[in-house]
Ligand binder design. Structure first.
Ligand SMILES: [Zn+2]
Ligand SMILES: [Zn+2]
Length: 422
């Protein structure tokens, strides 16, 4: 091979190797925050643009009333929640696999002006968002589970793992019973605790042990009936939470209605649309309900056979159906969650929900923050640190900070004898 030919070959080889690198570099532009492209074709903010996916970021109760101003982004630690406000944060806006970096699976944090905090669902990927919100893990001990699909509970280990280093009281979980005991939340939490046995034993003489248990408050789903549509499952410090059943796959899916200080938060998560759940959502300030793209769109996104996508969608709610549910419940703000985000899919969502509903709607995105007061609802995106640290620990009375007894299990002496002496 002569020299010019050799050079051409080398150039060709370099180009072939470089092209995929350039192409993948382009793809990584998508992960910038905020993205440069900031609106969809129909004029909605695009996912990752730093703006919530809605055209109604401010909803006032009385038109023309003078409203409180909020900073453009919610930054943890820089704002105190006023005594009469509720702050709802989307910890995860996604649904089932494939889990995406920009969309954790289902999870919501509800903070109240009285200092109480509640977690609704703890899907995979939500814990990083949760811990970036500036709430000390000792105050994140109450979890309400909608149903036991893994995209709603699969992030419980990182939350449980705050035991000892941050949360020194039991993790409290509320969730549905099932048709048989093994289908219920008590069996789930018992198995989670059992699966963590090595972890707990290995640390119990090093750290306080008060956080190493999970308390389950299982809600008996057999008690629901047309005469008994909901159950009061939490009543403390002025906060009431009712559970009610929803239609999703098999028996054991719940919706929750939290009432505090005249404000109402309703979360139904996964469900086929029903007039029953819409009735339970009446009078909500914020009603969060699942929504999924069409079977065609989901099959394309998840690269699954259309028939399988159709089976999945049968257990869920389309944007048009979501509009019908909101039309009955008439919340101040309706939120669609559990959707696959993408520029075209955002437009399709709003087009289709708009066929049946004309009230204010937000399409949930991770770290959308909703401030709710009697006068107004304000939606922003949070800017949280990717290197967030734990805030100062709260003073809690009666918490035993003493480590416990060591495990009987020991590393073999022949191995520990080889340890390098510090
Ligand atoms: Zn789900
Ligand atoms: Zn589900």
């Amino acid at each position: 091979m002569d020299k010019p030919m050799l050079n051409a070959c080398i150039f060709g080889l370099v180009l072939t190797l470089a092209l995929p690198i350039l192409a993948s570099a382009d793809q990584f532009e998508e992960f910038r925050f905020p993205r440069e492209k900031s609106t969809t074709e129909d004029g909605y903010p695009t996912p990752l643009s730093g703006k919530p996916l809605t055209k109604t970021p401010v909803i006032s109760k009385v038109e023309g009333a003078s409203l409180k101003e909020y900073p453009e982004h919610y930054i943890p630690g820089k704002e105190t929640l006023p005594e009469n406000e509720m702050r709802i944060t989307v910890l995860g806006s996604g649904g089932p696999a494939p889990l995406r970096r920009a969309q954790a699976a289902s999870g919501y944090l509800v903070e109240l002006g009285n200092g109480d905090n509640f977690i609704f669902d703890i899907g995979p990927g939500t814990s990083g968002n949760l811990y970036s919100m500036g709430v000390h893990p000792a105050l994140l001990d109450k979890v309400f589970i909608n149903h036991l699909h893994l995209d709603h509970i699969g992030g419980i280990f990182p939350l449980f793992d705050a035991m000892g280093w941050a949360r020194n009281t039991p993790l409290q979980v509320w969730g549905p019973s099932g048709t048989t005991p093994e289908l219920g939340t008590a069996a789930f939490t018992e198995n989670i605790r059992k699966a963590a046995e090595w972890h707990v034993q290995s640390k119990r003489n090093l750290l306080p042990t008060g956080g190493t248990t999970i308390t389950c408050n299982e809600i008996d789903v057999s008690k629901f009936s047309p005469e008994n549509p909901s159950q009061l499952v939490y009543d403390k410090n002025g906060v009431k939470i009712h559970a009610f059943p929803v239609v999703h796959c098999i028996e054991g899916s719940l919706g929750y209605r939290l009432e505090w200080n005249g404000l109402v938060f309703v979360y139904t998560a996964d469900s086929e649309p029903s007039t029953f759940e819409a009735e339970q959502g009446k009078g909500a300030d914020v009603f969060i309900h699942e929504v999924m793209p069409s079977a065609e769109e989901f099959a394309l996104h998840a690269k699954m056979p259309f028939e399988h996508a159709e089976n999945v969608m049968g257990e869920h709610t389309s944007p048009e159906e979501l509009g019908i549910v909101f039309g009955i419940a008439k919340p101040r703000l309706g939120v669609g969650s559990h959707y696959t985000l993408g520029d075209a899919l955002v437009d399709n969502f709003f087009k289709n929900v708009g066929i049946t509903y004309d009230g204010p709607v937000l399409l949930a995105h991770d770290l959308s923050v909703i401030n709710v007061s009697p006068e107004q609802i304000v939606i922003r995106q949070a800017k949280t640190s990717m290197l967030a640290t734990v805030p100062d620990a709260p003073a809690l009375d009666g918490v035993d900070m003493n480590p416990g007894e060591p495990s009987e299990s020991k590393t073999p002496a022949w191995l520990t004898e080889t340890r390098i002496i510090k």
